[in-house]
Design a protein around this ligand. Structure first.
Ligand SMILES: C[S@@+](CC[C@H](N)C(=O)[O-])C[C@H]1O[C@@H](n2cnc3c(N)ncnc32)[C@H](O)[C@@H]1O
Length: 274
């Protein structure tokens, strides 16, 4: 059992470093997720691990704790409706960008990359001729370097491939390699991965046409969500579109975005948009 003091230490570390707030009932989660870290670092137990965290200065240990405590659950075309909605809104958006011929999409909590590659496949499948000669960029960011490492390889095992990916997409957009599946070069080259902490002041995020900020706000407290949304206003173009998770809401967080109805899900646009 994790002691109350050790739980408080992990909770505070996580909140400070990532904005993620652990519910006080999640003691079991701390134990389950940190036991592999305890073993990897040769600590006698969770209490010894937390002792080393308290001492400070061990950046590898800190990184491993942070990575282990994050929930990285994701899948290809997760929830489908946001992708269907992007397909519907893109023709109008591309019309508006017809002069600059730039399209920027941000997957802002990208985990192991399935969300960003799903967007790349969607563009390839439905908009390839239309986007010939355009500068298309899908920026995929996450706080965790471990998941980004896997995302960059674009290589997925049978279980990941079985979740959400239509069979014909597997044939079209993946190649079998050493018992796994690798994303095609055409999709791979659309996506750029970068480590980025949503809870810290934002720097280096380009003006975005579409943002997927899905299934991550739920881990933050309301003030952190509000700060994130304030910064989102500065990067999302006035006629851009924001998607959050199906279980997430901006109600009580900020009132600077309006909710629009998409194909089976809502999405958001800055208020006062043309
Ligand atoms: C549940 S996954 C969501 C993945 C994907 N967006 C989806 O909906 O399938 C949440 C991701 O958010 C990341 N995350 C948590 N806190 C973060 C932060 N402060 N900044 C950036 N990413 C964060 C985690 O590392 C994790 O990969």
């Amino acid at each position: 059992m994790v002691s109350a003091a050790d739980f408080a230490c992990i909770r505070e570390f996580l909140r400070r470093r990532s904005g993620v707030v652990l519910d006080p009932s999640k003691g079991y989660l701390v134990e389950a997720r940190l036991l592999p870290v305890v073993r990897r670092h040769g600590c006698g137990g969770l209490d010894a691990l937390v002792g080393r965290l308290r001492q400070g200065g061990d950046t590898v240990l800190e990184r491993d704790i942070l990575n282990a405590m994050m929930t990285h659950e994701t899948s290809f075309f997760r929830d489908r409706a946001p992708f269907e909605t992007v397909k519907r809104i893109l023709p109008d958006l591309l019309e508006r960008r017809g002069v600059s011929r730039h399209l920027t999409i941000w997957s802002a909590a990208a985990s192991t990359g399935q969300e960003a590659y799903s967007l790349a496949m969607l563009l390839e499948e439905h908009f390839r001729p239309r986007l010939a000669g355009w500068r298309v960029r899908i920026l995929a960011t996450d706080i965790s370097d471990v998941v980004l490492e896997q995302a960059r390889t674009g290589s997925y095992g049978a279980l990941e491939m079985a979740r959400g990916l239509p069979d014909d997409y597997r044939q079209k957009y993946f190649v079998p390699l050493l018992g796994r599946w690798s994303i095609s070069q055409d999709c791979r080259k659309l996506v750029e991965f970068r480590q980025f902490n949503l809870a810290a002041p934002w720097q280096g995020i380009p003006a975005c046409d579409i943002v997927f900020l899905r299934n991550v706000l739920i881990y933050f407290d309301v003030p952190t969500r509000a700060r994130i949304m304030e910064q989102m206003r500065t990067v999302l173009r006035p006629d851009g579109c924001l998607f959050i998770g199906g279980a997430e809401t901006l109600l009580g967080v900020c009132d600077t975005f309006e909710r629009l109805q998409g194909a089976g899900c809502g999405y958001y646009r800055p208020k006062g948009a043309r």
